[in-house]
Design a protein around this ligand. Structure first.
Ligand code: PMP
Length: 460
């Protein structure tokens, strides 16, 4: 069943199909469409009486007595300076200084959705990375890492007790958000090709009559945490189609997009792929700079339908006002110094770095646990998800919890048992290992130790 929606906003995009230029008219889902997706508390939330008026300060000639902004004359900072490497030639160091009005806005309260120039830079990035040329119908908001905007999006849409669709295994950091809302977590299986979209179809086509359908589907599309898997374009297309047929929004949580190092070309993001759909506006995308600039900066952003993002901003205005202006000013100074080309040169270097880490880890896994574990090779991200063959009888799945949490740790290896990534916490023989930090030597030693623990376990 296709949900009937009338669309209002349209704009044209040019695409190249089979070498022929074609102009396609995009239809954006209208604002009214999102009323259904706003949760009870999001609908009740009112704009902050002060923050909501910030834009009025921009009118020329206005003397603003509005906000309780401290006077920056009393801030004890004259400049911020740092050094970065030239992305295309890391041996060359470039000094960057933040002074004058850029320093002033970095030290002051600022717009809820982030410093306007940084927000625009990110919009330009979405155009380059995801073909989202025109921000009509969608917009972007900056948060304290993607976790912050994820929490806000879920709390904007999902009501207490709602059923939600979650790929499984799933990023463990999202589970407390759904659990705190007492959600019914409907697990959608994943395999080496990403989310099993045909399973999702079965779930939705057999949804009990009269029971409200889920409003969201949560997925990590590239280098999934924990499985390392990247969803194929076919699976993504089917999910988008199902979103249309069964009326849900896709939460595309994508911190590993720029850590794609697969042999084949990177499949398009949901945010990009939805441009193929008859109407656009079912994807909320979450980007994180934690893996590419710094995790400690807490820099992430959400992009998606304007009514949802507006409601998220109301939440921000009540919770933490905005992301740190100073971190935003530093990010902006760096990105403007690099330019988009420099940014992409940097992310390519990051992806190559992790490819080498992945290769070293897989070699060690093969050498030491080749006969005691099974896995699929990740093509993005930072994780190996492998199944320990805990018993010589392959029909016995086993449970890695005790072995990993206690015996492996006593043996000198710390990793995570797969059960923590399963919404219902069931037993599994899988293990998640991060390959981002360890040296080749450390990885080999870790696998050697794990082998010893496994052999002892098998002996009983
Ligand atoms: N989503 C996923 C899938 C993650 O793996 C992480 C980080 N581990 C996050 C979100 C949170 O990222 P950030 O540091 O941007 O808050």
């Amino acid at each position: 069943m296709a949900i009937g929606v009338s669309t209002t906003a349209t704009d044209a995009v040019n695409g190249e199909v089979n070498g022929q230029q074609k102009t396609q008219t995009l239809k954006h889902l209208p604002s009214e469409f999102y009323q259904y997706f706003l949760g009870v508390s999001a609908k009740e939330r009112k704009p902050s009486p002060i923050r909501g008026l910030y834009p009025l300060e921009a009118k020329p000639g206005v003397i603003s007595l509005l906000a309780g902004k401290p006077n920056d004359a009393m801030f004890p900072f004259e400049s911020f300076s740092f050094t970065t490497a030239e992305p295309s030639d890391p041996s060359q160091l470039i000094p960057v200084s933040i002074t004058g009005s850029d320093l002033a806005s970095g030290l002051q309260y600022g717009a809820t959705a982030g410093l306007p120039r940084l927000n625009e830079w990110f919009v330009g990035l979405q155009e380059r990375s995801h073909g989202r040329k025109n921000n009509e119908g969608w917009r972007l908001t900056i948060g304290n890492g993607s976790q912050d905007v994820l929490w806000k999006a879920i709390n904007t849409i999902v009501n207490d007790g709602d059923a939600v669709l979650i790929e499984s295994p799933v990023y463990a950091g999202v589970l407390p958000i759904f659990k705190s809302l007492h959600c019914e977590e409907v697990e959608v299986a994943t395999d080496a090709n990403g989310v099993c979209s045909s399973d999702l179809r079965v779930i939705l086509e057999n949804w009990p009559a009269g029971k409200p359908k889920p409003k969201v589907f949560y997925t990590v599309p590239y280098g999934c945490n924990p499985t390392g898997m990247t969803a194929t374009i076919e699976r993504r297309r089917e999910v988008l189609q199902l979103a249309r047929e069964h009326n849900f929004l896709i939460l595309e949580d994508d911190p590993y997009f720029y850590l794609y190092f697969g042999k084949a070309e990177r499949p398009p993001s949901y945010f990009k792929l939805e441009l193929e759909m008859p109407e656009v506006g079912r994807v909320i995308r979450f980007d994180s700079f934690s893996k590419i600039l710094s995790a400690g900066m807490r820099m992430g952003f959400a992009s998606g339908p304007k009514p949802i993002l507006d409601a998220m901003d109301l939440h921000t205005a009540a919770v933490n006002l905005q992301a740190s202006s100073l971190v935003q000013a530093i990010t902006l100074a760096l990105l403007e110094k690099w330019g988009y080309d420099g940014f992409f040169a940097h992310t390519q270097a990051v992806a190559s770095f992790y490819r080498e880490k992945r290769d070293a880890f897989e070699k060690a896994l093969q050498t030491h646990l080749g006969d005691l574990a099974e896995w699929s090779t990740p093509e993005a991200g930072m994780f190996f998800w492998f199944k320990l063959l805990m018993s010589p009888d392959p029909s016995e799945e086993g449970d890695s919890k005790e072995l990993i949490e206690t015996k492996a740790y006593e043996g000198g290896v710390l990793a995570l048992p797969g059960t923590v990534f399963l919404p219902n916490g069931r037993k599994t023989a899988y293990v998640r290992a991060a390959f981002s930090l360890s040296t080749e030597e450390q990885v080999n030693e870790a696998m050697r130790r794990l082998r010893a623990v496994m052999l002892k376990e098998r002996e009983g």
